[in-house]
Design a binder for this molecule. Sequence first.
Ligand SMILES: Nc1ncnc2c1ncn2[C@@H]1O[C@H](COP(=O)(O)OP(=O)(O)OP(=O)(O)O)[C@@H](O)[C@H]1O
Ligand SMILES: [Mg+2]
Length: 330
Amino acid sequence: MITHDLNLVRRFADRVAVMEDGHVVESGAVQQVLNQPNHAYTRKLVDSRPQRHLAEVSADAPLVAQVQDVRVSYRTKPSGWRGWFSAGSLLAVESASFELRQGETLGVLGESGSGKSTLALALLGLLPFSGQLKLMGQSWQHQHSADLNLRRMVQVVFQDPFSSLSPRMTVEDVVGEGLRVHQARLPPQQRQIRVMQSLSEVGMTESEFPGLLQRYPHEFSGGQRQRIAVARALILQPRLLVLDEPTSALDVSIQKQLLQLLQRLQAQRGLSYVLITHDMQVIQAMAHQVLVMKQGQVVESGPALSVLEQPRHAYTQSLVQASTPDGPRL
Ligand SMILES: Nc1ncnc2c1ncn2[C@@H]1O[C@H](COP(=O)(O)OP(=O)(O)OP(=O)(O)O)[C@@H](O)[C@H]1O
Ligand SMILES: [Mg+2]
């Protein structure tokens, strides 16, 4: 079993081999290796639990998102000739409600297929929905010109940095694309300066990566690509970032760096996040509030730490239990 999830290793594996740069640097019984790591890289992995550094959100901070009873369905068709005559629908999100303030993070947890990404797409104005959904006091009109201003303020980072960035665009084009759409008249030199500023905010500079702007996404590691994706989202100075499993393709030490970056950006810019993840450690480190979804329904919600400490719903309880290092072996 190949994974970067140490918790899975603890609960599934009998023996473990740790690789770095093409070499097995350490191997042995799971308990032995993870509890008394010898190699520096194993120690780094074991110490990579993300830390919670979050500012409290004041009760009168401006509201960034107001979501009330949002429902989203997909049209589905039976396959074959039956599909010619009937159209079905699948209710993917059933009545989600929450409020999000400036500088606040809402963690969204839930099993696969529970509707997390669907809720994210509705927030981004990319899917029709029913119910109330306001961002900065404005609703989606589902009309290009009317929605343009809102689109600038809500940006997204997806899970897989390998497929979410076009392989045919250079880093300069990837990061600057939003400016081409939203500030089409900006002179090219100005655009380039903004692209470089945005990249340096996520810790990527020309001096560290020579030829950075003209390189292609595949020339970077997963963690670097995810930084590029964040730079791309930041360039329009959004108020809300929707992060759909942004760290689940990354190894734990790189994951920690990306989470620290997101914490720093939140502190500096008062950004709000909707952070979708199935990783309880990520919720623990990043979220002010949490929403737990199961089969399209919100089964539990509230302040993140109290939900993690005293989960009420059986599903949340099982998630919490599965994520503790000394939880039961599977
Ligand atoms: N375009 C689509 N057409 C029809 N059904 C869809 C479509 N996209 C998703 N669904 C269905 O909607 C439900 C919710 O899917 P969604 O992608 O929101 O889940 P998720 O919580 O993000 O899961 P994961 O953790 O695996 O990413 C699932 O049952 C899925 O099969
Ligand atoms: Mg998803």
